[in-house]
Design a protein around this ligand. Sequence first.
Ligand code: IMP
Length: 183
Amino acid sequence: MELSDVQADLTETLLTEDQIHEKIAELARRIEADYAGERPLLVAVLKGAVMVMADVARELRMHVDIDFMAVSSYGAGTESSGVVRILKDLDADLIGRHVIIVEDIIDSGLTLAWLRANLESRGPASLEILALLRKPEAAKVEVDVKYVGFDIPNAFVVGYGLDYAESYRNLRGVAVLAPHVYS
Ligand code: IMP
């Protein structure tokens, strides 16, 4: 595959690498202030949140722990069902920890609602959510997201960890996927 083949699959760049990094720096300054004197545990769900996790963790000028989970949604189709199975659990014990879930994107919010309830049941001292991107649908569900990067339109986006059929995760920015790719 030629490099240009990837570009031809994208209609517009929604966020550049610089815009993302600037926003992550802003969020990191808030986290440093909110967790002063603590050692938060950053938790990300594989694979989409890997880039956000890597950049948030490196931007923080404080001690943190990082940990990962892998989950799979039950059911077919592209719609999130909110019913989730754990494929790889966290290594860390959450009891008494200040946990921050690091997410790439919230669409329906169903996955996140499940994750929040699951981690909450493990006895953390606190539990907050950081999401780089939030789609309009997310406003309809009762998931309290403390740190939001960008509110984006209801388009299918790829890059910076986000995929379509496992492609495009390695783009540096976030772009809208051209309809001809999935139609
Ligand atoms: P939710 O349960 O509907 O909030 O699903 C969120 C998950 O769906 C994210 O973690 C992504 O894996 C995926 N997702 C939602 N919207 C997009 C998109 O525009 N591009 C790529 N993946 C998406």
